[in-house]
Design a protein. Structure first.
Length: 134
């Protein structure tokens, strides 16, 4: 079986192959855990949340939508957002959903229309994530 990342194989006393990248050593029949030299400071859940936030910011259209919403202190009707772009309404709605899922924007419904606004606390959280990597 071939692999993109080859692992050197070592045969243990019982004939099974052990990968050299494993973090366990086998001594006789006992397994000894080896502590990693470096450990991530982020939990898996924190990393997933931060990645979702940064992915939402990593798209030019979403950045332009955030810029548009940031210029207006109040709420902007989804109709006005769509008018500001050359993209179709379903595409804008898709980007707004991603921004909402990341917590960067929220909306309030009035009748048939949704009015979007920037959640400034989430932008502050994004700033903290980026500063934490520096």
């Amino acid at each position: 079986m071939s692999s993109m990342n080859p692992v050197n194989q070592v045969r243990s006393g019982n004939g099974s192959a052990l990968g050299m990248l494993n973090h366990h050593s086998v001594m006789g029949s006992a397994t000894i855990g080896v502590a990693p030299k470096f450990a991530p400071t982020l939990t898996e859940d924190d990393a997933v949340g931060q990645a979702r936030l940064l992915k939402a910011l990593a798209d030019p259209t979403r950045l332009r939508i955030l810029s548009l919403l940031s210029r207006h202190e109040g709420e902007v009707c989804v109709f006005e957002i769509v008018e500001s772009f050359t993209l179709e309404q379903p595409t804008i709605s898709h980007h707004l959903r991603i921004l909402r899922d990341a917590g960067l924007v929220d909306c309030r419904k009035k009748g048939l229309w949704a009015y979007y606004y920037v959640r400034r606390d989430a932008l502050g959280r994004a700033r903290e994530v980026i500063n934490g990597l520096a």
